[in-house]
Design a protein around this ligand. Structure first.
Ligand code: URA
Length: 267
């Protein structure tokens, strides 16, 4: 113990430390704080994940169809005239057919006409020109009307017709419009009929009958007066059907005469 302080020196050192406040032994060995590396900063706590709502699942197709019908009803009801109705249909995003179509095919003819003809949907030519019944079926329709002294270009409401379709956008590959597409276009069509106010409606073909009368079977329904949206209606063969089945032009002629008699004499 040659280097160790003697008892009295050691006691004096301890007393001096106690006086300074170092009165408690914490560890066996002294710690040189200058040698100690600064403690590594504590890793930042992982951010608590913010509870985000799970992305909403897209609504089922039926819910989307119901929503589209409700939107169509609201837009149609708010249209005070034909140009507003056309603009409202142009704004309507509920129908997928719009995305594949070049043009909205709204109508042709004279809105003052006593007769409103309602076809199915635009085909290729109608989609290109933005006018209903301008292709081969439309040319046949014009000849049929001409045979009873009527036309879409007439100014006189007695001999004029006004023409539209159930669906205003061309279905791909000219397929039939789907029931959901017909249902979402119906509020627009009903408003269209209201705004034109025709004396007589002529639904042409099964799609128009399905939309306006809730049933098909044009062969049985054609040529018989019925009621559509509170107005007299005379279903007829669609001219595209007559192009494929010219034998049925005989019945179509009979129906045209029935229409003319009603307009002339109210019979
Ligand atoms: N067929 C229809 O039903 N409408 C048209 O506009 C053309 C062809």
């Amino acid at each position: 113990m040659a280097d160790s302080p003697d008892f009295h020196a050691a006691k004096a050192m301890l007393e001096w430390q106690i006086e300074l406040g170092a009165d408690e032994a914490i560890a066996e060995a002294p710690v040189n704080r200058y040698d100690t590396a600064p403690p590594a900063p504590k890793p930042a706590p992982a951010p608590t994940p913010v509870a985000r709502p799970a992305p909403a699942a897209p609504p089922p197709p039926e819910a989307r169809a119901d929503e589209a019908i409700a939107t169509a009803r609201a837009l149609a009801a708010a249209a005070p005239d034909l140009s507003a109705l056309r603009a409202a249909m142009d704004r309507f995003e509920g129908c997928e057919l719009k995305r594949g179509a070049r043009n909205l095919v709204f109508s042709d003819g004279n809105p003052a006409a006593r007769v409103m003809i309602i076809g199915e949907a635009p085909g290729r030519d109608e989609d290109l020109q933005g006018k209903p019944f301008v292709g081969r079926a439309g040319q046949l329709l014009d000849r049929m009307l001409d045979a009873i002294g009527m036309s879409r270009t007439a100014d006189d409401p007695d001999s004029a017709v006004y023409i539209t379709n159930v669906v205003v956008w061309r279905p791909p590959q000219n397929r039939d419009p789907l029931p959901a597409e017909i249902a979402m276009m119906m509020p627009f069509l009903a408003r269209h009929v209201d705004l034109v106010g025709p004396e007589v409606i002529v639904p042409m073909g099964n799609t128009a009958c399905q939309a306006l009368l809730g049933r098909t079977g044009i062969t049985r329904m054609r040529g018989k007066w019925t009621d559509v949206l509170g107005r007299p209606a005379l279903p007829m063969f669609h001219p595209a059907y007559l192009l494929r089945n010219p034998i049925n032009k005989r019945e179509a002629w009979h129906d045209l005469l029935t229409l003319r008699a009603r307009l002339r004499d109210g019979t």
